[in-house]
Design a protein. Structure first.
Length: 224
């Protein structure tokens, strides 16, 4: 038994996912209720070791803060993508250089995606995370000149005719730093994934991260 508590938060694990009975989410277009689902699972260390061997992953997990880990996690993501042909969406929360939470994210619609990132923002607050890194598949499109001038996205890449499949690893920190690596994904004759060399740059408009940025601003105003 130990009296040690995590340095990043005084919350118990169950409190990170506890939902208030007074909280509800609704879709504005049709008024339907949106529900949140949270699943917990234990990591099987033996299976994890077998996965490292099977995917030929480096034995050492990338270190550093959220920004510093982008290149290393992109290398891992490309290996997973090329072996499985698909890649799930995962969120990693950091306090400085310490990884404090890794969470799988699942959504089958844009509404569910927005709700998932709202939920993630609450986790950022409860864990006092100051860095967030997201890995996942994306659709890539070309921003129009009007969108560039307005600094927004009017036509999502998923709705563009010339969209391309991609894999993205991007990170943001509370002090305002951002970094993204993206690689194009081509499909072989049998549907296998072929990942290009990653391109690094400023991710620019990140609509999915708006809840995170908003939460950090709220935390600052409350002295957290």
């Amino acid at each position: 038994m130990t009296d040690d508590l995590p340095l990043t938060s005084g919350y118990l694990a169950c409190m990170h996912i506890a939902q208030s009975d007074l909280t509800s989410h609704f879709s504005v277009p049709d008024g339907s209720a949106l529900s949140e689902v949270s699943e917990e699972f234990e990591v099987d260390e033996q299976r994890a070791e077998e996965a490292i061997q099977g995917y030929k992953l480096p034995p050492e997990f990338p270190d550093g803060d959220a920004i510093a880990r982008v290149p290393g996690l992109m290398k891992i993501a490309r290996k997973v993508m090329e072996k499985d042909g698909v890649h799930g969406t995962f969120a990693f929360l950091f306090s400085g250089t310490s990884l404090i939470k890794a969470q799988a994210m699942q959504f089958d619609s844009q509404r569910a995606k927005r709700l998932s990132f709202e939920s993630l923002s609450r986790l950022v607050e409860s864990t006092r995370a100051d860095g967030v890194l997201i890995i996942g598949e994306i659709w890539m499109g070309v921003q129009t000149e009007i969108e560039k001038k307005l600094n927004t996205v009017l036509i999502p890449a998923r709705d563009q005719i010339g969209k391309k499949e991609g894999l993205s690893v991007y990170a943001v920190t509370r002090d305002g730093r951002q970094l993204e690596q993206v690689c194009f994904v081509e499909r072989g004759a049998n549907g296998e994934a072929i990942c290009s060399e990653p391109i690094e740059g400023d991710p620019g408009v990140l609509n999915t991260m708006v809840p995170i940025f908003r939460k950090w601003k709220e935390m600052e105003s409350r002295g957290l």
